[in-house]
Design a protein around this ligand. Structure first.
Ligand code: C2E
Ligand code: MG
Ligand code: MG
Length: 401
């Protein structure tokens, strides 16, 4: 049964309407003034409100304004009962958000017709809302299902040993020798061939699979470096990327400690790379996590520096050891250009904070010369070598590069 609220201060009119609507099978409530009407509307959320315009104290406009300003009652169907067919009065009511109006005196047919059309519209809206809700929950279900599939295919790939770690040399700019390797994951897909991390890391991050994958990369890289150290390349270090999901694992430092112990690698030979965006998410817990990692003896580097949204002041708050200048600042850098001013300032600032500086994406001799002149510590880029499989990296070590 539909509920109709009638707000009308003239008792005779109110009682007449209530009687008539009751006879039509509606559940009716009457209010004799605006305040009472408003509180009944808020409490009962009727299906239709019929409301007189002119009433003492709170008039019909006041009732309507209050209802429309509250999200819970904002869409309740509202029909004004006006004393005369005054156009300006009706306009004002419609502008405040009334759905319809009836001019007194009105016939039973007019009254029931106005209510019926409000109810019909409300039902259509409810149906539309339900359809939208079920469509959006279908979409959410669909997206969840797709992510589940991606996660399964990534986990399968890890079990089938389709992932590989490539190594890119980081070269000391003073000596020109390889000092460390950045571990970069690759997917050797049986049909699609080599897949770059940009294509699967975001999905791995979203599904949480990155935790397993990242740990596998860390284990593999630590073992590999121990292998090379045992072969005589004693001072070689390794840098491994940590994703936000990995970084915010509560037991991260224990996991890293276990991997280091199992591989036998000295913590001082491991550097963990983090991106700036990660730091601005939750500064306090980020600092706490970094301190736990540092307590193990590993170094922390800030990757892709300059591309995030964080302020420079955070460099003083976080216990970083290495700053990696993003490739976009290095590409085509020449003296006198804006990039040159930025890179010089970054190097100087980093050094004054006792940070080591590595330039990423060095592709030309001119870029390398610039960095050498301005005292950058190390470089990484295609000029020296792209990321390569372990066997090729070993060859570079043997050749004394
Ligand atoms: P990144 O950590 O900033 O790694 C450097 C990227 O720059 C690598 O791309 C490398 O191949 C590329 N690069 C190096 N030198 C040059 C150059 O001279 N020119 C150009 N154009 N590019 C150069 P890659 O290997 O495709 O990796 C992309 C990103 O994927 C990495 O950026 C890192 O954020 C992420 N990633 C890679 N491996 C892992 C991993 O094991 N774990 C996590 N969490 N992320 C990873
Ligand atoms: Mg990196
Ligand atoms: Mg980078």
């Amino acid at each position: 049964m539909k509920n109709i609220l009638v707000i009308e201060d003239e008792e005779v009119i109110r009682e007449n309407i209530l009687k008539l609507l009751k006879a039509e099978g509606f559940n009716v409530t009457g209010a004799e003034n605006g305040m009472q009407g408003l509180s009944l509307a808020m409490a009962n959320l009727p299906d239709v409100i019929l409301c007189d315009v002119i009433m003492p104290e709170l008039d019909g406009y006041g009732v309507l304004t209050a209802l429309r300003s509250n999200p819970v009652t904002a869409t309740l169907p509202f029909v004004f009962l006006t004393g005369k067919a005054d156009r300006s009065e009706m306009r004002q009511g419609m502008e405040l958000g009334a759905d319809d109006y009836l001019t007194k005196p009105f016939t039973k047919t007019e009254l029931v017709g106005a209510i019926a059309s409000r109810l019909k519209k409300q039902e259509a809206l409810a149906e539309q809302y339900n359809t939208l809700c079920s469509q959006s929950s279908d979409l959410i279900e669909d997206a969840r299902y797709k992510l589940e599939l991606i996660k399964k295919s990534l986990s399968g790939a890890l079990e089938r040993e389709e992932f590989q770690v490539y190594y890119q040399p980081q070269v000391n700019l003073q000596t020109g020798k390889i000092m460390s390797a950045e571990a970069l994951v690759r997917w050797m897909h049986p049909e699609r061939g080599l897949i770059a991390p940009a294509e699967f890391i975001p999905a791995a991050e979203e599904t949480g699979f990155i935790v397993a994958l990242g740990e596998w990369v860390l284990q593999t890289a630590c073992r590999q470096i121990i292998g090379w150290q045992d072969a005589g390349f004693l001072d070689l270090r390794v840098a491994v990327n940590l994703s936000p999901r990995q970084f915010y694992q509560p037991d991260l430092s224990n996991r890293v400690a276990k991997i280091l112990e199992a591989s036998g690698l000295e913590p001082s030979c491991l550097e963990l790379e983090l991106t700036e965006s990660l730091m601005v998410q939750d500064a306090e817990s980020a600092i706490a996590s970094l301190q736990k990692l540092k307590a193990l003896g590993v170094s922390i580097s800030i990757d892709d520096f300059g591309t995030g949204y964080s302020s420079l002041s955070y460099l003083t708050q976080y216990p970083f050891d290495v700053l990696k200048i993003d490739r976009c600042f290095i590409s085509n850098i020449i003296d006198g250009c804006n990039k040159a001013a930025i890179v010089k300032a970054i190097i100087e600032m980093a050094h004054s904070l006792c940070l080591e500086v590595i330039a990423e994406g060095v592709e030309t001799e001119a870029e390398k010369d610039f960095l050498w002149r301005y005292d950058c510590d190390a470089m990484q880029g295609y000029l020296f070598s792209p990321p390569v499989p372990a066997a090729d990296f070993e060859q570079m070590l043997i050749e004394g590069k």
